[in-house]
Design a protein around this ligand. Structure first.
Ligand code: AMP
Length: 290
């Protein structure tokens, strides 16, 4: 069933899933039984022009994008008292929760990283800079990871983002200096996330915005531990995502080429016909482990 024409009242609410910055999110059911995450903006959000714009952008972008690793909007209304968005339901929560349960196994970490990389290359190809890459914006369904939360994305229609956003743990150095977000600043955030996925720790800590800003701007990023036993080329590319100078940062396409050579996502339920391109990386890892 195509859900696009449904209104908010067509969905049956079942359970409160969480409270976001702008909305309450419920597990809800469409008339055909499809489970969705129904996002309802709070009254004060609908009535504040800037915040209402942020919600509307999330509705429009999520409904307009179509990629296996980007969270899709299935139905929605951007403005007004009946504003809502029905998102694909991701039953396994956010990557944030998963990371808090402990370090991920390396194959899983690289699989998630590969999916987020694909999502970002897709967005950048459409002139969209996400601006807020962090584990809380990655939604999980088994082994599938989808990037969501487009409220503060920088787009061709909205080149001045609605908010200079991003968690300071993941923000690129040039953003702290007031420069606009670009594909390279998303790449840096992905680099922070990659470090966290692989080691269970963030590369930079600080107990205030200022301390984190100083760390991103001046501290040499920690090296990925040798104990991870990553392929040297892959380690180099991942390390390069954390370059302070955006012009010298690893490009996402070159990371894709490296990962594509050494690692490929194995099972993609949304894309049943996708053929794995090879498992050189896994084979390499297993050989090393022996
Ligand atoms: P957000 O407003 O996107 O920050 O969402 C707030 C909370 O609602 C998240 O932390 C999740 O627990 C939950 N949530 C949001 N979107 C989804 C989704 N598509 N599937 C499952 N849970 C979601």
């Amino acid at each position: 069933m195509n859900l696009r024409s449904l209104r908010r009242e067509d969905f049956r609410l079942e359970l409160l899933l969480g409270l976001g910055k702008t909305s309450q999110v419920y597990l809800a059911r469409a008339p055909d039984g499809t489970e969705v995450a129904l996002k309802l903006p709070r009254k004060e959000i609908r009535e504040d022009e800037r915040l209402a714009q942020m919600f509307a952008q999330e509705v429009r972008l999520s409904m307009g994008l179509n990629h296996p690793y980007v969270l899709r909007g299935l139905a929605g209304k951007p403005f007004g008292s009946g504003a809502f968005v029905a998102l694909e339901y991701m039953p396994d929560g956010t990557l944030d929760t998963l990371l808090r349960q402990g370090r991920l196994d390396q194959e899983r970490a690289l699989s998630i990283l590969t999916q987020l990389l694909e999502a970002l290359i897709y967005l950048h190809g459409r002139g969209i800079v996400h601006q807020d890459i962090k584990p809380a914006n990655v939604f999980m369904k088994g082994d599938v990871a989808k990037l969501g939360d487009f409220g503060v994305a920088r787009t061709q229609d909205h080149p001045d983002p609605l908010e200079r956003a991003g968690s300071p743990f993941y923000m690129a150095p040039e953003l702290f200096s007031g420069n606009p977000a670009t594909a390279a600043s998303d790449a840096y955030s992905l680099g922070v996330l990659a470090y966290e996925l692989l080691t269970g720790k963030r590369p930079f800590y600080g107990d205030s915005y200022e301390a984190l800003m100083a760390a991103h701007l001046t501290k040499v990023p920690p090296r990925l531990p040798a104990s991870l036993d990553l392929h040297p080329k892959l380690a180099q590319r991942l390390q390069g995502l954390l370059a302070k100078n955006p012009a010298r940062r690893t490009k996402l396409e070159s990371l894709r080429r490296t990962l594509g050579g050494y690692y490929t996502v194995e099972a993609v339920p949304d894309k049943p016909k996708a053929q794995p391109r090879g498992f050189r990386f896994l084979a390499w890892l297993r050989r090393k482990k022996r």
